[in-house]
Design a protein around this ligand. Sequence first.
Ligand code: NAI
Length: 329
Amino acid sequence: MKIAVFSTKSYDQEYFEKYSSRYEYTFSFFETSLNKSTANLSIGFDVVCAFVNDKVDNDTIEILAKNGVKLIAMRCAGFNNVDLQSAKDHGIKVVRVPAYSPEAVAEHSVALILTLNRKTHKAYNRVREGNFSLKNLIGFNLYGKTVGVVGTGKIGIAFCRIMKGFGCKILAYDIAVSEELVAMGVKYLPIDEVFKQSDILSLHCPLMPATKHMVNKSSLAKMKDGVMIINTSRGALINTADAIDGLAQKKIGYLGIDVYEQEEKLFFEDLSESIIQDDYILRLNSFPNVLITSHQAYFTKEAMDQITLITLDNIHAFEMNEKLENEVS
Ligand code: NAI
């Protein structure tokens, strides 16, 4: 099998090379993202391996199909950037890595909460500069606070387990109830009640038409003043312009995001010597109570091992004509 890996960073290549002896596959690593302008790089490949910000839309898929690609192997859980109908129409199968380490993402969500709350990032810089003042570093106890979780799948469940350990009261909204969480004392409520009662709101549902911009002007109006909002799921769950207004009006007391609506032009790249043309991210960065990480919630050694192994096994199952356990359709 000849595999074209798009949006490759050095660490992706490192992990594919680590497991290169698993199957006799030939990899070509492309740094560029996959989109209609780059899709012709797939000439001569059986499989393309894509990531979260590749634009696998109908235009791209038409070119992949013309070039004889038979499988799109997403090396991530989300597949909101793939036109599944178009893939089906063109006879291309799509596989993904549904679970590689829910704990990695859940733990990063908690890192955002703790950093925003206890301001360890600011304390680190202060102390290194000889400033031992505590002014404006005050936080709050997590113990006894109400945490709202939207989406209680694999990551949401891992997140609830951790927050339970802090002694938080946990409210949840999902279209499907997790009995494990109910048994743990998590209370499912209608989404508006979760918005209304939460001190901290953490988003863990997929991006789809029903969930797009679920944090917006109208839902923000229902939330507590000073609410902390955490999003490690997908950027477009939050309407960025409305979140900026919410921060300016102090409705949002803290915002921690690992994902951003227009991240594909920014994230995973070193743009420190460039003029950033995205005014929303610049405005977000101007707030002292906003913490942005660059889609790194998944990025642990354990998760990278699993992503690589499951991607390789997905490709192998396709090659062997076996049932595709991780097919998305
Ligand atoms: P999952 O499929 O196990 O859980 C998703 C949950 O969302 C399910 O319980 C589902 O019923 C629920 N859901 C579906 N529609 C909903 C709606 N309209 N309202 C509320 N809940 C709804 O997925 P998993 O593994 O927990 O991942 C969740 C999301 O996390 C992924 O879709 C992906 O976008 C994001 N993610 C982010 C990563 C990062 O590095 N920042 C890494 C991996 C995933």
